[in-house]
Design a protein around this ligand. Structure first.
Ligand SMILES: [Zn+2]
Ligand SMILES: [Zn+2]
Length: 202
């Protein structure tokens, strides 16, 4: 694994600034790769997959260190709003979930006597803190369907748009896209009531 400072520099260049998230993200990625005994993550190609649970600064650092990206389908974003990521060795199936400890922020001050700015405290402390105080590592098993995705495309019965990779919701034998079925991040003129009427039908 390349040295921390080198990786941090690369992350800052990509992300645009030095922030606690860059330090934390580099440490998370290094811990995840080390746990999977991956020395050179960027050489893994599609053999390394990372599930990130937040879209914040640290996600950029994780992308830089691992070389995983959304477009390569090796970086998967789950909008859980948690500072955590799971690193997966696709060949062996080994998976390690790395989460930032909630109490790391409270302990940070002890590592940076004399520093008052909370942001600077975090930036400095997250470099120095022993891993066990900063992160928790938990071996996990990735559920079926989250890695290899079926190459299928099904039209949504409500909006008509194609849904790829088995991400449709099937109810009463009919396929719907997730936004039509559960309500998505946008409103559209399509009457969602039509679906509710459909679902309520017996
Ligand atoms: Zn940032
Ligand atoms: Zn739809």
């Amino acid at each position: 694994m390349r040295p921390f400072d080198e990786l941090l520099q690369e992350a800052v260049a990509f992300h645009g600034h030095l922030c606690p998230g860059q330090v934390l993200g580099v440490r998370m990625a290094m811990a995840g790769c080390r746990a999977l005994r991956i020395e050179e993550p960027k050489r893994m190609g599609k053999g390394l997959v990372v599930f990130v649970e937040i879209d914040r600064c640290a996600t950029d650092a994780i992308q830089v260190v691992t070389g995983c990206s959304l477009g390569k389908r090796t970086l998967k974003h789950l909008d859980y709003g948690k500072m955590a990521a799971t690193f997966v060795n696709v060949a062996t199936g080994e998976a390690m979930r790395v989460a930032a400890r909630d109490d790391a922020r409270e302990h940070a001050a002890a590592y940076t006597p004399g520093v008052t700015d909370p942001r600077q405290v975090q930036i400095a402390a997250y470099r120095l803190m022993p891993e066990a105080e900063l992160l928790t590592l938990t071996p996990v098993v990735i559920r079926p369907g989250w890695l290899g995705r079926p190459r299928v495309r099904v039209p949504c019965q409500l909006c008509g748009e194609g849904v790829n990779y088995g991400r449709e919701v099937v109810t009463e034998g009919l396929a719907f896209c997730q936004s039509c079925f559960a309500g998505g991040y946008y409103d559209s003129p399509t009457p969602l009531d039509a679906l509710r009427t459909f679902s309520g039908r017996t």
